[in-house]
Write a protein that binds this ligand. Structure first.
Ligand code: NAI
Length: 466
């Protein structure tokens, strides 16, 4: 039988294992899940289709899910984010994985299809673990088309959609009824990131969410840590590995000052860049100003800045007219989930010179050039290796708890989007204290009563914003 995986080079598994061994020492939350639930195997029977950057940290998540009893099939949620040695070690361990750094968009959607191809009687996944919502989108869109809404896949508006629609048509022709059967088998989805969560709430609003979802992103121990402190480390890492540019003294513009924007601005400021911020939300704009950043419009600074980074999760933030007005050799990159934050498609008829993998120099009609990172896809994973293990441990511990909850108790939930209860959020944080030598102050019963909490927590009301 052919191997049930697609990786760049299975011989990289040895290197992958060595890095995974190190990651385990930095991922106390995941290791605690293995210790707490390893014997009970609460995910026994779960067949998880996973779509999330296939990195070393994700390898540690996958091995945790398997240790808890799940069957898992995996793909990356971005064509550039796979670490090939991480994919190799997972494949060698017997978990089917379909992920290659630099895969094409056709391959991307083919791999998305393959994560649902479980063997056995049912032949379906029964859980989704998603990052950005593409795996969920694939099944739900396919099922709608199967139900007669064929117009949904008639007119693609991007290269992504062209490949997605082609993949859906291929699957429909090969296995009529498959999408519907697959959709009906899903007990729930846990979603990793802001953009995917946004898609889930849209589905809920339109009455199109056919199973319960847990919004992992909005656990405090996810978005206030991974999105912020993760980007604080991985943004500048990506720019440096891509360009080796001197950061100190440069003028950098960060578009968006949400959690990712806050981490990104701090990352650049920490490297000595002079950072300016653009925002559309008055609260975040005020925060940026009071954190000491000049808040401007992109047009104000377009011909002055050296580095432009989008962090908004919105589309068309850096447009073609912006890129044409930039200084010669300005660096342009995105750390938000999708590449449509920068109008990369509009650059296609320009002169591109590939410098190295995921770094291109593009010449404007005026003769000035820009350096574009990861073709506008999230650069911390395309040009570097994403966030460090420690912060991903907090994110992924939330993922594991969400999968257990949906698998064991999913029937008790409506088809809506939920977040994990605060006591679990606090538990995730607690699991990460010892590794960095944090000592908590124990409230006396009198103190706890005075501020209206229990001495064991939760320590904050639901409306508290951190
Ligand atoms: P957020 O909602 O906290 O922040 C986005 C901010 O952008 C908001 O404050 C919004 O007002 C602002 N914004 C929207 N349109 C704008 C525009 N045209 N100009 C200026 N500002 C604008 O979202 P969060 O959590 O910061 O996530 C942002 C993106 O990053 C999402 O796509 C998310 O999925 C992704 N993400 C990427 C990670 C990575 O490692 N690369 C990690 C976590 C999230």
């Amino acid at each position: 039988m052919a191997e049930d995986y697609i990786v760049k080079d299975i011989a990289l598994a040895g290197f992958g294992r060595k890095e995974l061994d190190i990651a385990e020492t930095e991922m106390p939350g995941l290791m605690a899940c293995r210790a707490e639930f390893g014997e009970e195997k609460p995910l026994k029977g779960a067949r998880i289709a996973g779509s999330l950057h296939m990195t070393i940290q994700t390898a540690c998540l996958i091995e945790t899910l398997v240790a808890l009893g799940a069957e898992v099939r995996w793909a990356s949620c971005n064509i550039f984010s796979t670490q090939d040695h991480a994919a190799a070690v997972i494949a060698e361990g017997g978990t089917p994985v379909f992920a290659v750094k630099g895969e094409t968009l056709e391959e991307y959607w083919d791999y998305c299809d393959r994560i649902f191809q479980f063997g056995g009687e049912d032949g379906t996944a029964n859980m989704i673990l998603d990052d950005g919502g593409d795996a969920t989108l694939y099944i739900l869109l396919g099922a709608r088309v199967e139900a007669g809404e064929t117009d949904l896949i008639e007119v693609p508006t991007s290269e992504e959609e062209t490949c997605l629609f082609a993949q859906i048509k291929k699957r429909l022709a090969a296995s009529p009824g498959w999408f519907t059967k697959q959709r009906d088998a899903i007990k729930g989805v846990s979603e990793e990131t802001t953009t995917g969560v946004h898609r889930l709430y849209e589905l809920q609003k339109k009455g199109l969410l056919p199973f319960p979802a847990i919004n992992v992103n909005d656990s405090v121990t996810k978005s206030k840590f991974d999105n912020k402190y993760g980007c604080k480390e991985s943004l500048v890492d990506g720019i440096r590995r891509a360009t080796d540019t001197m950061m100190a003294g440069k003028v950098a513009v960060v578009c968006g000052y949400g959690d990712v924007g806050k981490g990104s601005a701090a990352s650049l400021a920490g490297a000595g860049a002079r950072v300016k911020v653009t925002e559309s939300d008055p609260i975040c704009a005020l925060q940026a100003a009071m954190d000491g950043f000049e808040v401007v419009t992109l047009e104000d600074v377009i011909d002055q800045a050296d580095i432009f980074i989008t962090t908004t999760g919105n589309k068309d933030v850096i447009r073609i007219d912006h890129m044409r007005a930039m200084k010669d050799m300005a660096i342009v990159g995105n750390i938000g989930h999708f590449d449509n934050e920068i109008q990369v498609a509009a650059l296609k008829n320009h002169k591109w010179t590939n410098i190295k993998d995921q770094v291109d120099m593009i010449e404007m009609p005026s003769g000035s050039r820009i350096i574009l990172l990861s073709e506008g896809r999230l650069l911390n994973l395309g040009n570097a290796t994403g966030h460090p293990s420690f912060v991903m441990s907090a994110s992924f511990t939330n993922q594991v708890l969400a999968q257990i909850e949906l698998w064991k108790n999913g029937g008790e939930y409506e088809n809506q989007v939920y977040i994990l209860p605060k006591h679990l959020d606090e538990k995730v944080a607690r699991l990460h204290l010892e590794r960095i030598g944090v000592r908590l102050t124990q409230l006396s019963p009198e103190q706890a009563a005075y501020i209206g909490v229990s001495p064991e927590g939760p320590f904050k009301p639901e409306h508290y914003r951190y």
